[in-house]
Design a protein around this ligand. Structure first.
Ligand code: C2E
Ligand code: CA
Ligand code: CA
Ligand code: CA
Length: 283
């Protein structure tokens, strides 16, 4: 068995080496991505299907490296492991807010339109996270614009260890009008006590539940339970990964009126967002 084990290992070695080489390449590429201007943001609208209007947009990071688009599911973990997520995360926040200000000045969006920004646990747990975020808000939003327009999307893993420190982070940001959404809700851990420990605003139903909600009774049941829980706790609820009219109809019937997904629009560059807003039926 030992020999076989060794053979198996040798058999896979070249593939592993290749993976390691790609990782090293991406790692050094990522270090320079910011200064080379290889990072951009796409924006995906969030839609209120009863009021038939946009309520916000989620900023999603894109990296074009040597003629290849690297998926965030590949480079975000790398950025987290190397610590690069800190400067990159601040760039995302700043760029997203500047884009929002530009859209406002063009009259594309209302004053309550928010911008959603994804935050990795490594960012959220950094001891200066609140302070640095407030600095960015002050820099990007001119006096009187009101910062209630930034919605931070945290995964459940950010919320697992309720500490004095994280409570302070929440309170400082909340005082400045920042809102908090739980991303990929329902895919993390089953201990939901964080829901009453932290001042949250929104639950985002993960797309894995939405995908098969028409055919799969358990997914439908989980979605209904999440919606009931959100409403009971006084939180808003939005579904992501909404791809079909059937999805949208089901969600609306179930009491979830906020939708995000390819049915409304795919994530798009900021320059396309204006056309998209103007083409919305009721405008
Ligand atoms: P996420 O925050 O859950 O973002 C939603 C993902 O679902 C995005 O993938 C989006 O393009 C995709 N999506 C949206 N609508 C649909 C749909 O109808 N169907 C399907 N199948 N997919 C849809 P993306 O852009 O590849 O991002 C993947 C993940 O990378 C994000 O998941 C987020 O966890 C992370 N990420 C992206 N940008 C950032 C960032 O700026 N900072 C951090 N920390 N993480 C980011
Ligand atoms: Ca998100
Ligand atoms: Ca999500
Ligand atoms: Ca996700």
């Amino acid at each position: 068995a030992k020999t076989q084990g060794r053979n198996t290992y040798r058999f896979y070695e070249p593939a592993l080496q290749q993976l390691g080489a790609r990782r090293l390449n991406l790692e050094s590429g990522l270090k320079r991505a910011q200064e080379l201007g290889e990072l951009t943001l796409n924006f995906q609208p969030k839609y209120d299907c009863t009021r038939k209007c946009l309520i916000g947009a989620e900023a999603l990071l894109r990296w074009q490296h040597k003629d290849e688009w690297i998926s965030p599911t590949e480079f975000i973990p790398l950025a987290e492991e190397t610590g690069l997520i800190l400067p990159i995360g601040e760039w995302v926040m700043e760029t997203a807010l500047n884009t929002l200000v530009a859209w406002r000045q063009q009259g594309l969006v209302d004053s309550d339109f928010h911008i959603g920004v994804n935050v990795s646990p490594a960012q959220f747990w950094h001891h200066e996270f609140a302070e640095r975020t407030l600095t960015i808000l002050q820099r990007c939003l001119p006096e009187g614009q009101g910062p209630g327009v930034l919605e931070l999307e945290l995964t459940e893993s950010c919320l697992l260890r309720p500490s004095e420190e994280s409570r302070k982070t929440f309170n400082a940001l909340r005082k400045a009008g920042v809102r908090f959404a739980v991303d990929d809700f329902g895919t993390g851990y089953s201990n939901l006590s964080y829901l009453k420990q932290f001042p949250l605003d929104v639950l985002k139903i993960d797309q894995s539940f939405v995908r098969d909600c028409i055919e799969d009774l358990s997914d439908a049941t989980i979605i209904r339970a999440i919606i009931a829980m959100a409403h009971g706790l006084g939180l808003a609820v939005i579904a992501e990964g909404v791809e079909t009219f059937e999805h949208a109809e089901f969600l609306k019937q179930a009491g979830c009126k906020l939708l995000q997904g390819y049915l409304v629009a795919r994530p798009m560059p900021a320059e396309q967002f204006g056309d998209f807003c103007r083409e919305l039926p009721q405008h």
